[in-house]
Design a protein around this ligand. Structure first.
Ligand code: FES
Length: 108
């Protein structure tokens, strides 16, 4: 497989509203969220100190890093609260034949 292939996260029925999953996207941990039927995929690495953030609390479309409380918009990856100052990557996500799929477009 090449770097730019879509990879399957899980069946759509396995990722219910309020749930998330972390997948390995060719060496990159990606956290995939279902937020009330809207799906988001973000790099599962906080830009402050490298902690995984998938288990952080989600509030108002933002994820809060469990480590020191930085916040990021799930849709854009934009940082909205220190101590992080850099955005994190977001990834394209599609629903295909009942599957949730993501791909890495950073090197397209
Ligand atoms: S590692 Fe996320 S806020 Fe510090």
């Amino acid at each position: 497989m090449t770097m730019n292939d879509w990879i399957t996260v899980c069946a759509q029925t396995e990722l219910l509203p309020g749930e998330h999953r972390v997948v390995d996207l060719d060496g990159t941990p990606v956290a995939v969220f279902n937020l009330d039927g809207e799906y988001f995929a973000i790099h599962d690495v906080c830009s402050h100190d490298g902690a995984p953030i998938a288990d952080g609390r989600v509030e108002g479309g933002e994820i809060i890093c469990p480590r020191h409380g930085a916040r990021f918009c799930l849709k854009s990856g934009r940082v909205t609260q220190p101590p992080a100052y850099e955005d994190i990557a977001v990834f394209p996500l599609r629903l295909q034949e009942g599957l949730v799929q993501v791909r890495d477009d950073r090197w397209d």
